[in-house]
Design a protein around this ligand. Structure first.
Ligand code: PLP
Length: 217
């Protein structure tokens, strides 16, 4: 199936309140242009250099989401144009994003990444760290950051019960945090292999790569 056909089929299956982020990492400009021509406007990348190169060459009404682990020294390269940063996992990184947003005279929307998977390797705050950050009041002083929600990745496993349990725990945390940060609206969870489960558990944003563009090398 073509990229266009994949997109049409996926969009038909998504509830209306769920935003589709087309994850175009490693994919050529021509693939992104094909998705763009089929109406897709939100694309996700996990490397700043690659995202910046693509931003320069592609239509300017594309919204670029940084979905990967982000290093502080790279923030400056994307601060002028990034639409949403999904993987914010430390206060130091938030402060750097705030600083670069201010220099660009804008507010950068961010999601806080929460560690929900069993695997050690996945980045993110744990529940206590997140609660401490929120009750510290530090976020209020970051005037050029707009915390819009949370992001999480489930364990890479065939065990759907486990995936479900992990997404459920993130939704739970999201609902509890919303009472303290009423501006929270986005829950970014779900990739090609598990987005149906994520949507069942309340995802508002799915990040799909291979199911749109085919497998990556
Ligand atoms: C690569 C990636 C995705 C998309 O993965 P697929 O399995 O191809 O859908 C989603 N989220 C993050 C953080 C990624 O790095």
């Amino acid at each position: 199936m073509s990229i266009k056909d994949n997109l049409i089929q996926i969009k038909e299956s998504l509830p209306q309140n769920v935003t589709l982020v087309a994850v175009s990492k490693t994919k050529p400009l021509s693939d992104i242009q094909e998705a763009y021509d089929a109406g897709q406007r939100i694309f996700g990348e996990n490397k700043v250099q690659e995202m910046t190169d693509k931003w320069e060459l592609l239509p300017k009404d594309i919204e670029w989401h940084m979905i990967g682990h982000l290093q502080r020294n790279k923030v400056k390269y994307m601060a002028s144009f990034v639409s949403l940063v999904h993987g914010v996992d430390s206060l130091r990184l938030l402060k750097e994003i705030n600083k670069r947003a201010k220099q660009n005279d804008r507010i950068i929307p961010c999601l806080l990444q929460v560690h929900i998977a069993e695997e050690e390797s996945k980045f993110g705050f744990d529940e206590k760290e997140l609660m401490d950050l929120i009750s510290s009041g530090t976020l209020d002083s970051l005037e050029n950051i707009d915390i819009q929600g949370l992001m999480g990745m489930a364990t890479f496993t065939e065990n759907t019960q486990q995936i479900k349990k992990e997404f459920k725990s993130l939704t739970n945390l999201f609902n509890r945090i919303k009472t303290k940060l009423p501006g929270l609206k986005e829950l970014s969870m779900g990739m090609s292999g598990d987005y149906d489960i994520a949507i069942g558990e309340g995802s508002t944003m799915v990040r799909l790569g291979s199911s749109i563009f085919g497998s990556r090398n």
